[in-house]
Design a protein around this ligand. Sequence first.
Ligand SMILES: Cc1ncc(COP(=O)(O)O)c(C=O)c1O
Length: 388
Amino acid sequence: MTFGSAIRSQWLLEKDITFLNHGSFGACPKKVLEVQRGFQEQMEREPVRFMKREFPAELAKNIAKLSNLVGARPEHLVLVENATMGINAVLRSLMPSFEQGDELLTTSHVYGAVGKTLKYVSDCSGATVVQADVPFPINNAEQIIEALRVKITPKTRLALFDHITSPSGIVFPIKELIAIFKEKGIPVIIDGAHAPGLVDLDLENLGADYYTGNCHKWLFAPKGAAFLWVAPENRSKIHPTVISQDYEASFQEEFAWTGTRDFTPWLSIGAAIDFLNEIGIERSRNYIKPLLIDARKIITQAMNVEYAAPIEMLETMVAFPLPGNPKASLKYIDTLHDIIFDEYNIEVPILQVNGHCYLRISVNIYNELSDYQKLADVLPIIFKNGVL
Ligand SMILES: Cc1ncc(COP(=O)(O)O)c(C=O)c1O
């Protein structure tokens, strides 16, 4: 199977759009959507039998398959709708144990929704959110470790950081970080929204306390498919954000049913893993990284800027500084995105890191260098004309 435009017809992606933003919401292949559609029809043919018998059986199969992929024991892993829900379940379950003066440590690259959840927990509990300022542009992983290390105090009650960051696209040295926090007895929550499918996971041996990851991004599942892994000693403390009939049943049961809804994204995770395996995970990574290197080079040259991170810290997303290093403002972000999208049919996000705007590309197997060349061709024109 050839990658690039040759494989793009396996997605519903519109032909006229140059799609360089897999990172925000993923894009699900047709084959996986067909499996989901099959489950939706099965559900509507006999809703009661489906919910009572077929759904639990299919759920167990999908959890088993996902557990195998991410190195988890199935009884330590539950499904949630998205990483936001995973983070909420953990933070809001732990919230009653926090008090005035406690510190909840995170970084300046934290995803917006996760930062807001920390703020909510802080508002409700009196704990303080402490932000480690991870520099960007960045030269090496040691800078991340140092930024977090200097913020640890006797009051630090938990550390929450990304596996792969959203706005800057960098991979955090999570093993080293976990070891530092573990040594001090500080629980670690990892936001792995971008990791499943992209990097190998071995959750049982990672040493984190909590790890949430999306299946609807790089694993190619339909939207609404994510997981939460919880270390065995913490399972009894953690409840879903929505409490339902299985409150006080097992960890697995509480998360499996949070009210009637469409569970088919969960039931399609296995099909997404099959899709990825058919393509070949290694083959796909061997395609993505060289393409990322080439794309990064031509876009950096087109804008006449410097690399923001060394290649060893990147997997499939790259954030580029913009000419003039514009300060982060919603107006600038929306205007630049809309010019690129409305005038040139290129879908690419503008994001903010540490108060400045960056353009971020994603690279996936349905992309090829000509996609990034299109962007590289228009950027000098846009910046010459001025964004605002
Ligand atoms: C690092 C990170 N965390 C959390 C999320 C939230 O994911 P979701 O909207 O699927 O909950 C995202 C989404 O892009 C993300 O990039």
